[in-house]
Design a protein. Structure first.
Length: 249
């Protein structure tokens, strides 16, 4: 990803997607039971910081990592405004380091799919393993091939003043890649400004992810299909998977 990505998306992320992040039920099931024993956590690819602030508000020592300068700025501003001690680190998920190991790393909303190459999964998992204490957990969700064939092979339009956004996604059948051209029309008084952003994702099979987790030193792998968690028309069974893996001791 170029550092320009998630610039306009960052600025209007909460405004446009606040009702489209149906994660509370999944969180309760996938990592809720771990939380009583979590004293430190990192939200990787933290976006606008909602989960990081949520952790910090529970008294968890919290790090938040994202590559987008705008996402980092927004998370820092929110944490400051809420008087919550979140340490925001601008870094690539393929090369991030934390000042100390944590009990839990989360990476939500198919953020892990945003790496340029399928082989990058190994790099992300290696960094996550190093950043976790032995026995710590990594929780993430993936868009699977089915999501590329359905959601990422479509055009979506969101109109929420002062922004209208068109997302034109494409997926070449038989590949593990998808791309999205995002056109923004932003009203500034009487003027409409047009902005553009390009986002790409890659996906893996369940077996590829399991093998990469094992190679990076993770065990006790559990998965949940996202469809029962998400009360929407978009998330078909098989389209998104939640993963929880434990760093070997
Ligand atoms: C779909 S958003 C999800 C944000 C947040 N996790 C959430 O659930 O709202 C993907 C996030 O991944 C970040 N991102 C994309 N590529 C990245 C990379 N290579 N390293 C770190 N962050 C990255 C983007 O800046 C963006 O904030």
């Amino acid at each position: 990803m170029s550092t320009g990505t998630y610039r306009w998306l960052a600025r209007y992320f909460d405004h446009l997607f606040e009702h489209q992040r149906p994660f509370p039920i999944a969180r309760k099931v996938v990592f809720g039971p771990l939380l009583p024993a979590v004293s430190s956590a990192c939200d990787l690819c933290c976006g606008t910081g909602e989960l990081a602030l949520n952790f910090a508000a529970q008294g968890i020592r919290t790090f938040a990592v994202d590559l987008s300068p705008d996402m980092c700025r927004i998370t820092r501003e929110k944490a400051r405004a809420a008087l919550l001690p979140v340490k925001v680190i601008r870094a690539d998920m393929r090369a991030f380091r934390l000042p100390r190991q944590v009990d839990l790393i989360t990476c939500e909303f198919d953020a892990i799919n945003h790496v340029p190459r399928k082989s990058d999964l190994a790099r992300v998992l290696k960094c996550a393993a190093l950043a976790l204490r032995p026995g710590g957990h990594f929780v993430f969700d993936t868009n699977n091939r089915l999501a590329f064939e359905t959601v990422w092979n479509n055009t979506w339009f969101i109109d929420k003043d002062p922004v209208a956004m068109v997302m034109r996604s494409t997926h070449k059948p038989g590949t593990d890649k998808a791309a999205c051209e995002v056109e923004f029309f932003i009203r500034e008084g009487q003027i409409w400004r047009r902005r553009h952003e390009h986002v790409e994702e890659v996906c893996w099979t369940m077996d590829e992810i399991r093998q990469a987790l094992a190679k990076a030193g993770f065990g006790e792998v559990q998965t949940w299909d996202a469809a029962p968690f998400f009360d929407d028309q978009l998330t078909q069974p098989g389209a998104r998977t939640f993963w929880r893996a434990r760093r070997n001791g």
